[in-house]
Design a protein around this ligand. Structure first.
Ligand code: ADP
Ligand code: MG
Length: 297
């Protein structure tokens, strides 16, 4: 396992930012770490990268415990912090060279990473002159320098324009072809575009940890139905596994069920038992964005 997080909690003063979090990430996985602002994403990432200590629990990266072997963890991890601190007065290449000296990497590596992240045309500029997208590339270049096995990228695409977004996403995907990547975002679409697994965190707890295709098919089922008569919400609540019922208009309802089993036969029986006629029923997949909203509201 590349990353192992076991029963981790983090308390800041009075506030519990992480509450008994556990997950493992295998070598070569690209995992989206999704959650609204304040969910605890950055806190978890700072613990994995040894920048802060957990209050309880255990974390290891590449088999190295973050508390007992922090130097080995740092060597295994490329970290792009949320508010990537850069020296705006330094030149791009100068800054990457300087970071390379800290990591004691070969000089030739500097040009390699500049090339890899597409910074060559900007390498002679001052960091302060770069757009946000290019600044993120500088951060990614530094994270890549020591050729780590594991990448922890904290909201790498926040604040980018649509073109930059696409470019940085494809860079992350490219890194993910050979390395383990955990990246955080508060945008579901981003996870869909980049990963095959998502861990959703809300208020310090994990609410979902699934492969994306499992999430799409299994999590919830929405059926739109039309009856011949108006019915009361109370009655509709009798449907099994029903989690939400919205009266869209007149006799048409949008029903959400917490099962992957096709609920249309059960709806048909329900209509029959209650002296109703089912005029139509249509199964719809819940889109991931609304699923995310329902899990984190
Ligand atoms: P996210 O990255 O998902 O937006 P954070 O991990 O930054 O969430 O924050 C989780 C919670 O912990 C938030 O409520 C935040 O205000 C709180 N928090 C984060 N850092 C600190 C800190 N250094 N001191 C006190 N509270 C903090
Ligand atoms: Mg954050």
């Amino acid at each position: 396992m590349s990353i192992t997080v076991e029963n981790v909690s983090k308390v800041y003063g009075e506030q519990k930012a992480l509450d008994n979090i556990s997950f493992t990430i295998g070598s070569g996985e690209i995992v989206g770490f999704l959650g609204p602002n304040g969910a605890g994403k950055s806190t978890m990432m700072k613990i994995i990268t040894t920048y802060i200590a957990q209050t309880e629990g255990a974390v290891s990266v590449n088999g190295h415990n973050v508390e007992t072997k922090p130097m080995l963890v740092k060597q295994s991890v490329g970290y792009l912090p949320e508010h990537n601190p850069l020296y705006l007065d330094m030149y791009v290449k100068e800054y990457i060279q300087f970071s390379g000296q800290v990591h004691k990497v070969a000089k030739s590596r500097v040009n390699e990473v500049i090339e890899q992240v597409g910074l060559s045309p900007e390498a002679h500029k001052k960091i302060g002159q770069l757009s946000k997208g290019y600044r993120q590339r500088v951060g990614l270049a530094v994270a890549l320098l020591h050729d780590p096995e594991v990448f922890i990228l904290d909201e790498p695409t926040t604040g980018l324009d649509p073109n930059q977004l696409v470019e940085i996403r494809s860079l992350i995907k490219e890194i993910g072809t050979t390395k383990t990547v955990l990246f955080s975002t508060h945008i579901m679409q981003e996870v869909e575009a980049v990963c095959d697994r998502v861990i959703i965190i809300n208020k310090g707890s994990i609410v979902t940890d699934k492969k994306l295709n499992e999430l799409k098919s299994s999590e919830a089922q929405i059926v739109e139905v039309e009856f011949d008569l108006r019915i009361e919400e109370q009655l509709i609540q009798k449907l099994p596994k029903l989690t939400k019922a919205i009266n869209i208009h007149d006799n048409t309802w949008q029903l959400t069920f917490s099962t992957s089993k096709d609920m249309r036969p059960a709806i048909f029986d329900f209509a029959h038992d209650n002296g109703l006629k089912l005029l139509q029923s249509q199964q719809k997949n819940q889109d991931l964005e609304s699923l995310f909203r329902s899990l984190t509201k």
